[in-house]
Design a protein around this ligand. Structure first.
Ligand code: SF4
Ligand code: SF4
Length: 75
């Protein structure tokens, strides 16, 4: 995968993290999202209901993982 072309605004706005139940105020305040490209969250959170398997970005780039907010990018 070409990480440079992958980590762009066009993909960031398609990221489902902001509508995930895990997504919280802290993440919003820090402008965190698109964790599969931009790395893990710095916020505390409870792990459940990850939306990555429904995400159009994941589908386009053949990402099969979940909880990128915990494990970070490239995993
Ligand atoms: S990586 Fe998954 S669990 Fe974390 S905020 Fe995004 S959709 Fe939710
Ligand atoms: S796979 Fe997960 S972290 Fe990556 S863009 Fe989709 S919802 Fe966001």
């Amino acid at each position: 995968m070409d990480i440079k072309s992958f980590n762009n605004e066009e993909n960031a706005i398609r990221c489902l993290c902001p509508v995930c139940p895990v997504y919280n105020q802290c993440m919003g305040k820090n402008n965190e999202l698109f964790f599969c490209a931009r790395g893990k969250s710095t916020c505390p959170f409870e792990k459940w209901g990850c939306k990555c398997d429904k995400c159009p970005v994941a589908r386009d780039y053949n990402l099969v993982g979940l909880f990128y907010c915990e494990k970070g990018a490239g995993e």
